[in-house]
Design a protein around this ligand. Structure first.
Ligand code: AMP
Ligand code: MG
Length: 330
């Protein structure tokens, strides 16, 4: 079959992205705009409004960068689940309009699975356990028994939100991840923090309260707190990842999500993998954080495996779980 072009659209949360990929696995463009705030969190209606404002330019730029005309696009893929309803709706609307006007195929995909599949495309990982560590999401996902299953996850807040919230509490701006990393490099003393692994799940809200109290007491340096935060929270994530690898008999760990850009997390993951004779893979930054290239590629995988969707059925599903997706492409 001659390669065809797929346009991908990402809009689960803060990022509105568009990408053109070819069905033989080439990412021809990957454009995004990220909603940010000076203070406070994300209000879904405001983020959706941001996406509405930028969507036209981003979609056009994705075509321009790829040097592909809309007439050459055969398939449009969008993130259908999970995410903020307001935001998902904008991406789905764009996809439906493009599909209807140009009479092209449409497919809605799962965002978490797309993180794993883009990792398989751009690294050499074949059958990895994914440690998906982003702002809102923290999950350990692997392909087992014909489905992508969640082996462990956060019981409350995502690792990224946890780190960013503590950074904000210390008066550092957003995003806090890179700033905490820089501070942690200068930390010298490990401070005991709650280590919260419950079965295969993790929890961060108790550690956050504990860290805030310690900071407020004035007895500890920011550097030592940042250092101890990283050592504790990353050890928790890797303990659960390692157990998932042992349980599934898998020899590869793939990192995904913005927090995976943290070099200390990468270093700790590498040590864990080396100790068990496994390999660790980290995609480049543009494919780690939320991006539309992964949505385009996921659309291609599903379309090639025979999945089809009618435009009028192309809705959103904010709460769909990863293991509810029927996997037809593996
Ligand atoms: P995501 O939701 O996947 O976009 O990830 C967002 C999270 O990644 C936020 O908590 C950021 O603080 C964190 N982050 C982004 N870039 C970096 C970096 N270079 N080092 C550490 N953390 C980062
Ligand atoms: Mg994500």
């Amino acid at each position: 079959m001659k390669p065809y072009f797929c346009m991908g659209i990402e809009s689960t949360a803060h990022t509105f992205g568009a990408s053109v990929a070819s069905s033989d696995g080439k990412i021809l463009s990957n454009v995004k705009k990220v909603f940010t705030t000076e203070s406070g969190g994300m209000i879904p209606g405001e983020v959706a409004e941001h996406h509405v404002q930028v969507c036209g330019d981003i979609l056009q730029k994705a075509l321009d960068d790829a040097k592909v005309s809309i007439k050459d696009i055969k398939l449009v893929a969008y993130s259908q689940s999970p995410g903020l309803g307001h935001c998902l709706r904008v991406g789905a609307m764009c996809a439906r309009a493009i599909a209807a006007i140009n009479n092209i195929e449409i497919i809605g995909v799962n965002h978490c699975i797309a993180h794993l599949e883009i990792g398989r495309l751009v690294t050499k990982a074949k059958d990895p356990v994914l440690l998906y560590a982003s702002g809102a999401n923290t999950q350990i996902i692997a392909f087992e028994g014909g489905r992508y299953r969640i082996f462990g996850e956060t019981l409350d807040i995502g690792i990224g939100n946890f780190i960013d919230t503590f950074a904000r509490h210390m008066g550092l701006g957003f995003p806090g991840g890179p700033k905490i990393y820089e501070l942690a490099l200068k930390g010298k003393n490990f401070i005991q923090l709650p280590y919260t692994v419950k079965g295969m799940d993790v929890s961060f809200s108790g550690i956050l309260t504990n860290l805030k109290d310690k900071f407020n007491s004035g007895k500890y340096s920011r550097e030592d707190l940042a250092f101890s935060l990283q050592e504790t929270a990353f050890a928790m994530l890797l303990e659960v990842s390692e157990r998932a690898m042992a349980h599934c008999g898998k020899k590869e760990l793939l990192l995904g999500g913005g927090v995976a850009a943290n070099k200390r997390l990468q270093e700790m993951a590498k040590i864990m993998c080396e100790e068990r004779g496994a390999e660790m893979f980290v995609p480049e930054m543009q494919f780690l954080t939320d991006n539309a290239a992964m949505i385009a590629w996921q659309g291609i995988l599903e379309y090639n495996s025979g999945k089809r969707m009618k435009v009028e059925k192309a809705g959103i599903n904010p709460y769909l779980r990863t293991d509810e997706i029927e996997v037809t492409w593996r």
